[in-house]
Design a protein around this ligand. Sequence first.
Ligand SMILES: [Zn+2]
Ligand SMILES: [Zn+2]
Length: 317
Amino acid sequence: MLALQFEKELRAVDVPVPTPREGEALIRLRLAGICNTDLEIVRGYSNFRGILGHEFVGEVVEASDGAELIGARVVGEINLACGECSYCRRGWERHCPKRTVLGILGKDGCFAEYFTLPVRNLHRVPEALPDRTAVFTEPLAACVEILEQVSVPPSQPVCVVGDGKLALLLVQVLKLAGAEVYIVGKHPEKLAIAQELGAIPLGAETVPEPRFDFVVEASGSPSGLELALRIIRPRGTLVLKSTYAECPRVDTSQLVVDELCVLGSRCGPFEPALRLLADGLVQTEPLVSAVFPLSRGIEAFREAEKPGILKVLLSPE
Ligand SMILES: [Zn+2]
Ligand SMILES: [Zn+2]
């Protein structure tokens, strides 16, 4: 089968169809999304070696423990937990110290014709939800995670730093929480989309002094973190959504002096994300920049890295 594998560089390779382990399903890819994390891995953010990809819609073709899922369209949670340790027993599977992560840590990902995931990680996609929309479930769940972690102040302006694909989902989730949402970014065409989605755009050079009590950093770049720290008010909450290939420099004295609350935020719950998509409460179509066949995956990555580009999707045909 065809797969996009990262060793020292990204390559399209021909590898055997994987054999599912106990409790796992074999999934045939229907559609996958290239995420910033994938781009960061190719730039050296982690030591991951293997098949990339963690955002997908697929069809279950084999599942010894989940026969009822065979033939079903599914999306899947990307953390594979041990299910036994103290974290797993508390329901914190995403923090299981023994976990592997699809296409990110010790587990081959979904940029392949076939891949495997535990049956318990899978969620059925509602029939009315097209693949093109459902493929956003994983990144949208990561946005919903913020609502699980902290209360978003509906009566105060909040600001998203960054205007990429995750930022444009974040804007919508924060609006659903009732907030007045500002967005700071460098790309006029992306800010225009954010505005259509209900955010108030601010140019990076025009952002005035500290004025936000709640800031979400989702730019993916250390300069976004610097900006977030310039616009947040004392006693504010800063939510960090980016992982950086290059380690940012932060003056931690500001965190102390301004008594800031800094919150890291990663993967989130799939069911609410699927519900938001199925109810049409989050728009994804403006975020799709291109669809490439898997066989042109290298080209798709090059496209996804271009500044004006949002989500690039990969389809198996
Ligand atoms: Zn991702
Ligand atoms: Zn565990």
